[in-house]
Design a protein around this ligand. Structure first.
Ligand SMILES: [Zn+2]
Ligand SMILES: [Zn+2]
Length: 122
């Protein structure tokens, strides 16, 4: 293990760790774990790091909660569409219909399910 190999590994691993952080946090899915594991890999050889990193990415893509992201109406960060609370600012990223209690998109002025206009305000 020499310093150059460590630096090369860091250059490979850091963009992946940043991507894991953004994507896993937006999906509220153990982001600390997915950032920590790639950082441990930097202590192996460069070839091992690349192979394990690709395996890790493949696992992540299979395991992560599926779905599209939408922008939080409060902090503008991407949030998985099925989440009710924003994982970043912890505020409600959706409204709730007071009639049928379904989650309603923040910008909607009526419930898509029952057409009721009585929605929570925040
Ligand atoms: Zn937010
Ligand atoms: Zn409704």
């Amino acid at each position: 293990m020499n310093l150059v190999a460590l630096l090369v590994n860091l250059i490979i691993v850091i963009p992946v760790a940043i991507w894991f952080y953004k994507d896993a946090r937006a999906r509220d899915y153990m982001w600390y774990f997915w950032v920590f594991v790639p950082l441990v890999l930097i202590f192996s050889s460069t070839a091992t790091t690349i192979v394990l990193l690709l395996l890790l990415l493949a696992c992540y893509m299979m395991l992560r909660p599926k779905g599209n992201l939408f922008k939080c109406p409060h902090c503008n960060k991407p949030v998985l569409e099925e989440l009710f609370n924003c994982p970043f600012c912890r505020r409600n990223a959706k409204r709730e219909c007071l009639n049928c209690h379904e989650p309603v998109p923040w910008n909607a002025d009526q419930c898509p399910q029952c057409k009721s206009r009585s929605l929570t305000k925040d």
